[in-house]
Design a protein around this ligand. Structure first.
Ligand SMILES: [Fe+2]
Ligand SMILES: [Fe+2]
Length: 223
């Protein structure tokens, strides 16, 4: 039997951490089945896909980036996560090397996750892994995948789960005409592609912003 490496362990831990929280927001139609969506896990998977794309063009340590990706939101199991970057850094400092992760790289992981959620933080250019995580985390929230996630988040809170308040549609069946302005809240008008550190991320952002706007324009005119 092959021993699990540190990355498999981090992935399994995040699945477990997010699973219980997901059950509250997206309960399965049949009790006992798995939640039908897991926003946080899907977000982290998207951050990993985007980080790997960025790494094709940027020189940075892959171990540090991947550990940071799978750790950065572990103290934010779905939507609430005060101070979750600092908590993740503390966890990494105490636990990451014990999983077999190279000890000499732990400090860079701690730094990357500790600064990932700051909007105004200026990450120095000798911290490329932290920059990759920051770019991937933010660009993951733009584009087609983001619109699907947003729709599922809205329906979870407003339609399917009456336990979470803000149930705009509890008293009637939602219509596409009502959903369109809700989706329009995700118009990326204020997003500036130049906020990203790397040219490859700026290009990804430009393409995704254009696609997101086009989709919402068609939706608005269609319904
Ligand atoms: Fe985060
Ligand atoms: Fe994140």
């Amino acid at each position: 039997m092959v021993a699990q490496n540190w990355l498999d362990t981090l992935k399994k831990q995040l699945e477990d951490i997010t699973f219980d929280a997901a059950k509250e927001y997206w309960p399965a139609p049949n009790e006992g089945d798995k939640p039908f969506f897991n926003y946080r896990l899907e977000h982290v998977r998207q951050v990993e896909r985007d980080a790997l794309k960025i790494l094709d063009f940027v020189s940075a340590d892959r171990d540090i980036v991947l550990a940071s990706v799978w750790l950065h939101d572990r103290f934010q199991p779905q939507f609430k996560g005060d101070d979750h970057g600092r908590l993740a850094a503390e966890w990494a400092f105490q636990n990451l090397a014990k999983l077999g992760f190279p000890e000499e790289k732990v400090a860079e992981v701690c730094y990357a996750v500790s600064v990932h959620s700051g909007r105004s933080v200026r990450i120095p250019d000798d911290k490329p892994e932290a920059r990759v995580l920051w770019d991937a985390d933010k660009v993951s929230h733009i584009g087609a995948a983001e619109l699907i996630s947003y729709l599922l988040n809205q329906t979870a809170k407003d339609v399917l789960s009456s336990r979470h308040g803000a149930c705009k549609f509890r008293d009637h069946t939602i219509t596409l005409k009502e959903l369109a302005p809700i989706m329009a809240e995700r118009r990326p008008d204020k997003l500036d592609p130049d906020m990203f550190y790397f040219p490859v991320t700026r290009q990804m952002a430009r393409e995704r912003i254009a696609a997101q706007k086009a989709f919402l324009d068609v939706l608005a005119s269609q319904v």
